[in-house]
Write a protein that binds this ligand. Sequence first.
Ligand code: IVH
Length: 706
Amino acid sequence: MKYDADSTKQLNQLTQQLLNNHSEDSSEIKAHALRNVIQFHEYRYYVLNDPLISDSEYDALFKQLEQLEETFPELVTPDSPTQRVSSDMTEDFPSVPHLSPMLSLDNSYNADDLKDFDKQVRKLTGLQTGETINYTVEPKFDGGTIVLVYEDDMLVRAATRGNGTLGEDITNNARAIRSIPLKASFSQKHIARVELRGEAVIRKSSFHDINKKREEEGKNLFANPRNAATGGLRVKDSKDVTSRGLEAFVFQISHAEDAQGRSVLTELGSHHGNIEWLNNLGFKVPQSERAFCKNIDEVIEFCTKWEARREAYDYEIDGMVVKVDDPQLQEMCGATSHHPRWAIAFKFKAKQATSRLLQVEYQVGKTGAITPVAKIEPVPLAGVTVSSISLHNEDFITSKDIRINDVLLVERAGDVIPYVVKVMEDIRDGDEKPIVFPQNCPSCNSRLMRSDGEAAWRCVNTLCPAQSLQKMIHHVSKDGMDIDGFGKSYVEKFKELGWLHNIADIYKLDYNAISQLEGFGEKSAQNLKKAIDMAKQNPIKKLLQSLSIHHLGKKASSLIAAQVDHILDLAQWTVEDYVEIDEIGPVLAQNMVNFFAEETNIELLRDMESQGVNLKQTQEDKPIEVVKDHPLSGKTILFTGALTIMTRADAQKAAAALGAKNISAVSSNLDILVAGEKAGSKLKKAQALGTVDIISEADFVQLLES
Ligand code: IVH
């Protein structure tokens, strides 16, 4: 341990003083103090993986030190944290040198900071107010940095950022990321060797699925997409990269040389032009999320717009990066030892905060799982006020040693759901009390059970009122029967009125009574009836999915529905019957058998059938017959331009039925491009790649018939 309890306490106090700017000390003492606390927090963050302050507090300390050193350059010491870039290295991968050292970015937090940046760029380049400086603004992706090297158009190396000079060699893992072309025609511009920088990321939507799967497999959950991405770059088996859905954005050409080893970087042209070109070569680049701005006011407008959009965007971003677009101006700006002076990060409002845990409440889910929910002192976090946070399960509480009255470090990551990063153990004052997990269901008081290998305690009482409520909410939702306009609040209201006890009751509602309810009326009651009548005709795959059977998702519901004429046929199925279907494991199989062995469930389904709910296999439930040994089988295909013989949807369906996979972007993974009339950029890109089989719509139709 590098710091003992006493020094930890002292450094923590010093941190608070520095953050509150209370010190009256001389600049020299202050710089010394800042260096010490920053080094301490870097150690907590990078070595112990156990930070004591939030990212924005760290940034604030760093900025103070930078400003102090800028005003008094004589205070800079060689070991100052500003004099090196931080490291993400481990000993598991061999290290490789980057072709050009990778610096960090300076940070800005508001419009004034950006205006100061513009002023500084003008000073460094000698451009007057009124003379144009173009900026490119892109998201600051919050994933894992990747550095790619191509030689003679082939991907030869990929590395993490490491300490900025040396990175970890992760070539094999990068090769498994589909959005990284293994081959790209840099030779078009007479480039023999090139180094690109970018970020490996995981979509928030895939992150959800990954964690859901990990939860089902009893594995530890990732705290956020960034951890899943950086971890994904370092997996031992490259196959795991593919299953994690890693993608890579490219945002900079950092080195380019010709066959004679001469640098051609500044000859390439503007930053935004380079990014467009990389896109044409098959790289994933920021597109609609990138802006070309003619002045700093446009930059500010775009940054502000994206701060508001941040949550809706499917990738985690913690800010925007503003870059001087002209490479000549970039060169005139130069760099400090820490960051280039031609670029700056515009950081969004903090996503981390601390707050005290007041109490824990326990919620009963649709499959009976008990979820502990932390009630905390309300705290603003990235634009919303957070007062409740899921603690997932008992193991989560135990592994983080969370106690009532603890101060928690809270983060909003991955999506809008807040997450407890850790307990601030160092500021415990002895008033903390252990959390006692209940042994009985908070709703029906029956004894909770926990099966082997499962993280959750469950209420197994099929008549538990809290569980029935959640089952009904799920039943009407998009992932269930998708009854238009029937939301959670209706279910709660109708249940309160004594109209709903189980999902079959949903089909017995009295619309006359509904129309008399306050806020309803004839029209909305009729609309609800229409939506419910429509849902009655749903294919049985939707009905299956709406039953809240543990682990039964969309895919498995379709696979099972494809095998039965009537849903109640499943009452005869054994575990062996289920596991014969590829992709269905023994755990789900057992849950299915248990569900259909329960007489109340069979009665429920019969009751629904008597109300007109469809229980028979429909055309939509039938599997698409996939033809093997067809020239399209196993190929990836993309349709572009206007099709005249058939609609695009029909063409895609026909291709899928013959075993092809429809994809949406041109990359080195694409096998066939069907180019219709007026095909544009996708066609050009496929031609540039040179590896794609480009055919006409008529050729495609002929292929269908072959
Ligand atoms: S430009 C001087 N552009 O932010 C370095 N960086 O140090 C040039 N990052 O970890 C980097 N999105 O991986 C740049 N659009 C973007 C970025 C970006 C994320 C990361 C980068 C590095 C840190 C900057």
